[in-house]
Write a protein that binds this ligand. Structure first.
Ligand code: PLP
Length: 387
């Protein structure tokens, strides 16, 4: 059957009907008076989502554009930065920093493991003359399904006092608690095709007062990504360049939905989706790539044992039109990743798991009793929600 694609990848994520309808509207002029209240509402709700009174600026860019803006606005050539690398997107941070000739010191962990906050503490405490200008990490490492301990790493950055903390929250914002002001996070980058529940195309950068201080002396080149321009225009509920106006319409809808659901419920829902998925994977006798203690509520990476990951993914697509994600870089073909982020419900997880069981049977996998995966998830979902 055509036109029944189910996206179970960690972005782009499914888009709700109200947002699709908003995308289909006729565009309006971004300098028209009609656009002003939309920008005003979206800005207000973005602050709510980031739990901040500071600026959250919207770029017409993907998440990587938001990451790059998070570097070029606050740093200068040669600045010493600590970059957490335990997956594809931590490596991307390092690549962006190297492209701008920063003095990059990587703090690494194996893919599938979390960054060790102690390693950050040691480097930061040893930096007596305050040469470290920023600590840069990925919160939810999408390539492996690991959630790094942002709160603990950030605590060490706060003790250093000078360094900024710059965070890729592309697959954590809206799925996990990231209280920007309460924790004192300086820069948060995210992208529309994740928990925001709209297609790819918008990048978001939240900026603390401390980061704006750094902006004044930062010397890296910037033009389109100069956040000062966006801040100035945001004060008038406007944007410096032509924004993706229809994406604003859609974002207005989904932010309203998120607000209606409430932050606590959003986080609780993602927790339940993660727990249900992980319980099923275990019951099916497959390996989870990340340990329970460091699992990301946005995505579960699975290392199948009996059957090749690619065979599972391609049969899931062919038989059920369910898209699962491949591994990235050296994990290509070795793992598959189930996205459970954004507009995803328990029903979606149960359907995907039932399809997965069917595919495993078709591929001749004989190490599980049919139904155990779905049952394991159903047992999680049968528990009363905490909220
Ligand atoms: C954690 C993380 N950071 C950055 C990105 C890059 O975002 P984009 O592909 O939108 O540029 C992604 C995309 O999947 C991601 O998951």
């Amino acid at each position: 059957m055509d036109d029944k694609l189910m996206l179970m990848i960690p972005g782009p994520t499914p888009v709700p009907e109200s947002a699709l309808r908003a995308l289909a509207k006729h565009p309006i002029g971004h300098r028209s008076s009609d656009f002003i209240p939309i920008v005003a509402e979206v800005t207000e709700n973005l602050k709510w989502l980031h739990q901040t009174k500071s600026d959250v600026l919207v770029l017409t860019a993907s998440g990587t554009g938001a990451m790059e803006a998070g570097i070029v606005n606050f740093l200068s050539p040669g600045d010493r930065v600590l970059v957490g690398c335990n997956g594809k997107f931590g490596e991307r941070w390092a690549e962006v920093c190297e492209a701008y000739n920063l003095n990059v010191e990587k703090i690494t962990a194996d893919w599938g493991k979390a960054l060790d906050p102690e390693q950050f503490r040691e480097k930061l405490e040893a930096d007596k003359d305050k040469q470290i200008k920023a600590v840069i990490i990925t919160h939810s490492e999408t390539s492996t399904g690991v959630l790094n301990d942002l709160e603990a790493i950030n605590r060490h950055v706060k003790n250093h006092e000078k360094a900024l903390i710059i965070v890729d929250a592309v697959t954590s914002l809206g799925a996990v608690n990231v209280p920007m002001d309460a924790w004192g996070i300086d820069v948060i980058a995210s992208g529309s095709q994740k928990a925001y529940m709209i297609p790819p195309g918008l990048g978001f950068v939240a900026v603390s007062p401390k980061a704006w201080e750094a902006y004044k002396t930062a010397k890296l080149p910037r033009y389109y990504l100069d956040l000062g321009k966006y801040r100035k225009d945001a004060a008038k509920n406007s944007t410096p360049f032509t924004p993706a106006v229809n994406m604003y319409f859609a974002l207005q809808e989904t932010l309203r939905m998120m607000k209606k659901e409430g932050l606590e419920n959003l986080f609780a829902r993602h927790q339940r989706l993660m727990k249900g998925t992980r319980a099923a994977v275990k019951a099916l006798g497959m390996s989870l790539f990340a340990a329970d203690e460091v699992a990301s509520p946005a995505i579960t990476a699975v290392a199948p044992i009996q059957i090749e990951a690619d065979k599972i993914r391609s049969l899931m697509k062919k038989r059920f039109d369910i898209a699962l994600a491949d591994g990235q870089d050296h994990l290509k073909g070795k793992i598959f990743r189930i996205g459970h982020l954004g507009f995803v419900s328990e029903r979606d997880i149960l359907s995907a798991l039932a399809a997965l069981e069917s595919v495993l049977l078709e591929l001749g996998c004989n190490n599980f009793t049919p139904g155990v995966g779905v049952t394991a998830a159903a047992r999680i979902f049968a528990q009363p929600s905490q909220n």
